[in-house]
Design a protein around this ligand. Sequence first.
Ligand code: MG
Length: 395
Amino acid sequence: MKNPAPLLPLATLCLSPLSLFAESTGSPFYGDAPDETHPWAVHDWNRPQPPLVTPGTPSTKSEAGKPPSDAVVLFDGKDLSGWEADKSPAEPTKWIVKDGAMECVPGSGYIRTKAQFADCQLHVEWAAPANVQGESQGRGNSGVFVMGAFEVQVLDNFNNPTYSDGFAASVYGIMPPLANALRPPGEFQVYDIVFRRPVYKDGKEIDHGYVTVFCNGVLVQDHTKLEGGGGHMRRSKSGPFPEQGPLKLQDHGNPVRYRNIWYRPLPPRISEGNTDGQLSPEATMAKRKEIAASIRADAAKKADPNNTRPEMMRLLESLAYESDAAAMEKASKMAAEYTAAILKTPAAQMESKKGEVMQTKQAFDYLVRFNALPGDFAPKAALDKLVREQEWDKK
Ligand code: MG
């Protein structure tokens, strides 16, 4: 068997001046074109920019940090107006707020958010009582119930063994944490949770859901499959699941404290209709059509009888996403006219056209390479000939 080619460090990759230009200016005709399951090209500048989020600040021992700018704050240390007792009908909670934290009042029952949500990045900080009492499941027990159903265990396991699937940061009854990364009791522990609910369609599971958890910055649940809600003694089973639910915190008889609770909703998964990623062939084609239509709308805005090249280039670009007879006809006509005009440039001025001719040729080459233009595309042959004659293809 042939040895695989060694991976080159990026610094040693030799990019041509044209490629460097394309990479830094956002020119299309650069990375691999859209294909059967990828609606975007590689390094596609048409792909939306990520939304801006101003990051928060980390918490210290004595002070809660700031959430990121797009977080939905569930508890900011001041009041419980967004919370209620987990009872039906709802009633005010008996949990109390003290020194910037909410505290479980044993015997008062679970507390839940009035807000309902589902897939999220969830941030929760909790502290077991500094006054250590009890052992195993009896020491500083509470729980973070995402969507009111999936318990990420809260327990003072600092020098306190218990059954491993009931450890702090276990998915209770399902999966022990990968590590015990707890601080001593009395200090706040930080859970950062990425939660994806089970998705059912027409009563059929299409995604079982999963949860990832960091405890004090240490990975403790790695994309753990959800198997129903977990629970005590009995093995839980997956089943149809609501689209939203509240966040619940458990009263397990210990005065556990919480602070700095917030979440960021996550975008839908591809199984729920998101189109940013590797898709089914049908979804890819639908998205490619949509992208092509938007590029063509942009091309129309660039229409200028005195300078047709910007519209032509954009129209050509749309062909990499969708083959469309009208767009192909118009782009071909514009390309033929553009090439004819270039060929009429007086010899003394031809050198000044080198840059745009080379970029146009690159576009033609790219579209032929990815079968968006026919191999015998006449304007390409004309530009290829011009480039050879001018020796622009020689270094
Ligand atoms: Mg618990």
